[in-house]
Ligand binder design. Structure first.
Ligand code: GCV
Length: 861
């Protein structure tokens, strides 16, 4: 007997609680016993649909008492649908959290009341309460007041949307158990335009979406059921988002054709009660592709007329339409260059059409040549946005906004702030952030991005001397622009929890909160979100907040170090490691690592000159090796591996250390999360645990791929002896194989030893076995295998003749080959092993997935 009875029980228990149903499992008696042990699950299961708007009951009596004086009536003044929404939301929230049902009224009753209304309406109803009304449209004021011998909680704003935002603020306070008895505060969003962009396609897929199919489209049409669209608008409104562009910036012109207008109007209707304006992405070629003209030249009067007519039509159907987002001359999209026109020409023809209706056009600065000659060391994609748009400063209409990605490349795990953000003085600008974790783990990895966004928004561009942080520039405050904004690429989908991951929702929440109030700290946001999403248990809050705050750095640690970019497969899914994919092609995401050193020289003197796009005070810091921060060193400079960082480490040792530290941190999170068992409902506990365990395995894949690659390139050994040494591993290709054959994996670093084994015949199972030669004792077995998206192979693990684990490799990872995106780990914990035990893995192929296996790692438990 190789497994102690309690271990087999523990494993069975785990499979019942956390795993999918296993095929060919063991007897029912064990299951029954485990079920009996588990019945005392006190917390209601949650699927994440309610996100941070759960309004969970406040069951702590002392906290409940804080709200004893809350009036029993909520009055909505006026007949605005948005204010009515606010009233209903307040009733819903108070009922959920405090168990009381507020009475809805439309005029002041003879008792204390919560009053919702515009400043004008409140002033009229309660003239004796003084108001200062100098707030922008989306700002709100919360005030506790005594009048006529009664108590009022006033939630008022210049505009109905502000009233809704104020209402969500009050609900948030209640959920966070803060008294709302004597409020006297106002809040005003920093930037006027706070939008999300969805990259949904009409067929229901989502570009860079990791949370299921589109909630907006299916089968080439707007979806029939818009229930989730309404719920999404509610989530957006709760964090102050006032616009949403619903389709891919790689836009399909059909959306501008007549059959789609009534369909779009349905979405606008679903958004409207929540104060979210509908917008769409459009292609510059639409006058030709959708309108039948023989040109889309923005300076052609027929084209201008086409846009005017189209926009008039849209506004006739959707009077509160927000406007357009445009990607032009980028990654194969049509653009003004086709006619020798400028981006300002392109933006303006559309802006002029929108202006009479109050609409705006966000024109994306993500314009670059993806066929750059990589052999020319002076070429640099990072320079593109500035070079394209800075010369046009002052030439855009006042309702055109240049939408600039936070960094000069493309949402990498770390980039400097785009210099264009500090360079436009006479043009509206918006910053584009990516909530969808395209380059930061695709929501399978915990990576809380708010600390990154904070750094970006707080970064002083020295645009007019010191004191010009990005957050003020994009709000239009520094150069007194008419408008400006913060845009987030959200890409929620039909998965119950919206983003495919419960924890990733903190990024959506954090984006909205920061867009409204960039003075919040990352910790405040993480704490708020955690308490709203998982409750007030201090252990849960403290553990989860720490994990979140650490997670960006951790992800950076095991992926792309020192500003070299996410060292991922840039030609494919942007997910697993793929260091060489950046090089020797025209995409320009180069890190220039070779045998001597790494990094892009972007100095003016010897490099691409990118650094000189910053204002002098910033450029000086980046230009000098002495002052350039370690985090961005390789973005700005090419240095030898032996270069010594400010930290005192060499670059190469930093690469090794950070990757080992990052991977270790993810393992620590698994332990942390496990320690919260019973404090979180089972459903979300299990879902998060599965993701964290996966991440801990995948972080190791990253660590090994990067460390091995740099070890081979640099020839400099890891001072701590870890890189390239895996004494606990048994490579699959060195095992006794029956039906399996050895294959080379590409890129080589993504499989241990560069090789894996695959079944030769799809028709029958194959086995790989080895003799355990270590000391007797409790061991953890890590089985590294590949889970491709084109099959669901089965694995079964035996010790001698006893099955110790089995599973189906049916995850939907972004790879159809064995590589760093499909590499996955299964851990079998606490096996009692003795010398000469035979460990045998049986793989049964399925479809094009040939039960690929990399290695087995045997570690002391
Ligand atoms: C919508 C990156 C992404 C693309 C995206 C593009 C953009 O290149 O990989 O999927 O296209 O950015 O922001 O336009």
């Amino acid at each position: 007997m190789t497994i102690a009875w309690y271990e087999s029980l523990a494993r069975l228990e785990r499979s019942v609680r956390f795993g999918p149903p296993r095929w060919g499992g063991r007897g029912g008696a064990g299951l029954l016993l485990v079920t009996v042990l588990l019945v005392a699950a006190p917390l209601r299961s949650e699927d994440g649909h309610d996100a941070w708007l759960r309004y969970a009951s406040i069951d702590d009596a002392a906290a409940q008492r804080r709200f004893d004086t809350l009036p029993a009536v909520v009055v909505a003044l006026g007949d605005s649908p948005v204010i009515k929404t606010a009233q209903q939301e307040l009733i819903r929230g108070v009922r959920g959290m405090l168990g009381r049902t507020l009475r809805a009224e439309t005029s002041l009753p003879n008792e204390s009341a919560i009053v919702l209304g515009t400043f004008n309406a409140v002033r009229e109803a309660l003239p004796e309460v003084g108001w200062e009304t100098g707030l922008t449209p989306d700002g709100y004021r919360l005030k506790g007041a005594r009048a006529r011998g009664r108590t009022f909680l006033l939630i008022a704003a210049a505009h109905e949307r502000g009233v809704l935002y104020g209402t969500f603020a009050v609900l948030r306070k209640i959920a966070l158990r803060q008294s709302v008895a004597a409020l006297d505060e106002s809040s005003q969003p920093s930037a006027p335009l706070r939008w999300v962009n969805q990259w949904d396609n009409l067929d229901g897929t989502i570009e860079r979406g990791y949370g299921g199919r589109s909630i907006f489209f299916e089968g080439g049409r707007v979806a029939e059921d818009l229930g989730r669209v309404r719920d999404f608008a509610r989530l957006l409104a709760s964090v102050g988002i006032n616009g949403c562009a619903i389709n891919n910036v790689n836009a399909d012109s059909r959306l501008l054709t007549e059959p789609y207008l009534p369909q779009l109007a349905r979405i606008a209707e679903a958004f409207r009660p929540w104060g979210v304006r509908l917008a769409i992405s459009v292609d510059l070629s639409s006058p030709k592709t959708a309108g039948g003209l023989d040109t889309f030249d923005p300076l052609d009067t027929r084209v201008a007329q086409w846009w005017n007519d189209k926009v008039d039509q849209i506004y006739a159907a959707i009077p509160d339409f927000g406007g357009f987002v445009m990607k032009a001359d980028s990654e194969g999209r049509a653009g003004p260059s086709a006619y020798g026109r400028t981006h300002a020409d392109a933006a303006n023809v559309i802006a002029r059409a929108l202006k009479p209706h109050g609409g705006v056009v966000f024109y994306r600065a993500f314009v670059y040549d993806n066929h750059l000659d990589w052999r020319n060391p002076k070429n640099d994609r990072a320079r593109a946005a500035y070079e394209n748009f800075h010369p046009l400063d002052g030439r855009f209409e006042e309702n055109a906004i240049v939408q600039i990605k936070n960094g000069p490349i493309d949402f990498q795990v770390r980039e400097p702030v785009s210099p264009l953000l500090g360079a436009l003085e006479k043009t509206n600008e918006a910053i584009e952030l990516q909530i969808s974790q395209e380059y930061t783990g695709q929501q399978r990895h915990l990576c809380f991005l708010v600390p990154m966004w904070k750094e970006v928004l707080d970064f002083d561009m020295h645009a007019r001397g010191a004191g010009t942080p990005v957050k003020d520039l994009v709000a239009g405050r520094i150069f007194h622009q008419p408008t400006g904004g913060i845009v987030g690429v959200a890409n929620v989908g039909r998965d119950a929890n919206w983003l495919g991951s419960h924890l990733a929702m903190a990024n959506l929440y954090g984006f909205g909160r920061l867009a409204s109030d960039p003075s919040l700290t990352a910790r405040q946001i993480a704490e708020e979100w955690t308490r709203l999403t998982f409750g007030a248990d201090p252990r849960v809050v403290s553990a989860l907040v720490d994990m979140q705050l650490q997670s960006w750095r951790t992800y950076e640690n095991y992926t792309g170090p020192l500003g070299a970019g996410t060292l991922t497969d840039i030609l494919g899914s942007h997910y697993g490691p793929g260091i060489e994919s950046s090089e020797r092609n025209g995409w320009g995401q180069w890190h220039r690592a070779d045998q001597q050193g790494i990094g892009m020289d972007r100095t003016l003197e010897t490099g691409t000159g990118f650094i000189s796009q910053y204002r002098a005070a910033v450029a000086r810091v980046y230009a000098s090796l002495r002052t350039c921060p370690d985090d961005l060193l390789l973005f700005m400079h090419h240095v030898p591996y032996t270069f010594v960082l400010h930290s005192g480490k060499t670059v190469i040792q930093h690469i090794y250390d950070s990757h080992y530290e990052g991977a270790e941190e993810t393992q620590q999170w698994v332990r942390e999360w496990r320690s919260l068992e019973g404090r979180i409902d089972e459903q979300r506990f299990a879902a998060v645990l599965a993701r964290l365990e996966y991440q801990a395995g995948h972080a190791r894949v990253w660590r090994d791929a990067i460390c091995n690659w740099f070890l081979r390139q640099s020839g400099v050994p890891d001072a701590k002896g870890r890189a390239g040494h895996f004494p606990d591993r048994v490579e699959a290709e060195s095992m006794k194989l029956d039906g399996y054959r050895s294959v080379d994996v590409t890129p080589w670093g993504t499989a241990s030893g560069g090789k894996a084994v695959e079944c030769e015949s799809p028709a029958r199972p194959c086995t790989a076995s080895f003799r355990y030669q270590g000391k007797p004792g409790w061991r953890d077995l890590g089985i590294e295998y590949f889970d491709q998206s084109n099959g669901a192979s089965r694995f079964r693990v035996y010790v001698n003749d006893q099955v110790v684990d089995e599973w189906v490799a049916d995850d939907d990872l972004p790879a159809r080959q064995p590589n760093g995106s499909s590499s996955t780990r299964r851990t079998i914990a606490a096996l009692a092993l003795r010398p000469d035990d035979i460990i045998r893995i049986e793989g049964t192929p399925d479809g094009d997935e040939k039960a690929p296996l990399d290695y087995v790692e045997v570690k002391i438990h």
